[in-house]
Design a protein around this ligand. Structure first.
Ligand code: SF4
Length: 189
């Protein structure tokens, strides 16, 4: 039973090239991890077997910006580190997307100091914000799926000069905590 079973006999399958390229692109997002702090551990967990980012075709973390199309900023960014982040973003080829993972990357988090960037979106365009401190791997997967949906819909906003505008979407938590597998009782004997 394959797709041929659903098609009428003697039919011709036609499509548009951009649909195929979008499908290929969203099925093979290559992230560039810019992990500077604890959020990076959750990013690593997302790629491990329990959460298995490979299900979404996005597990191939590249450490070369020229081979990546999704920059994931995970953790606080200091003013001193900022030029490195900007250079990495500029070296990535278009089309490219950016996820700001966690409170520190998006707002500076609890580090309200002169040395920490109070939101990376002040310096690079951010497409999806993943909230939390740290966000759970499911939240990051939600963010990646949001990017995939946008690629699929070919829905990239551009300014009148053709420059791509940041999408600035915020992921909302939509998962329920699972119940404990066993009852936990403390103190009773
Ligand atoms: S948001 Fe929380 S977990 Fe993530 S880098 Fe900041 S302090 Fe660490």
């Amino acid at each position: 039973m394959g797709i041929e079973a659903a098609l009428p006999t003697d039919s011709i399958l036609t499509t548009q090239f951009h649909r195929i390229s979008n499908w290929a692109r969203r099925s093979s997002v290559w992230p560039m991890p810019f992990a500077t702090a604890c959020c990076g551990i959750e990013l690593m967990a997302t790629a491990c077997s329990r959460f298995d980012l490979a299900r979404f075709g996005a597990e191939v973390m590249r450490f070369s910006p020229r081979q990546s199309d999704l920059l994931i900023v995970a953790g606080r960014v200091s003013i001193k580190t900022l030029p490195v982040l900007q250079r990495i973003y500029m070296q990535m080829a278009e089309p490219k997307w950016v996820i700001s993972m966690g409170a520190c990357a998006s707002t500076g988090g609890v580090f309200d100091t002169y040395a920490v960037v109070q939101g990376v979106d002040q310096f690079i365009p951010v497409d999806v914000y993943v909230p939390g401190c740290p966000p759970r791997p499911e939240m990051l997967i939600e963010g990646i799926m949001a990017i995939q949906k946008i690629i699929d819909n070919d829905n990239l906003p551009r300014d009148p000069e053709g420059k791509r505008l940041p999408l600035q979407l915020a992921v909302q938590p939509n998962f329920q905590p699972t119940p404990q597998p066993v009852d936990v009782s403390i103190g009773a004997s």
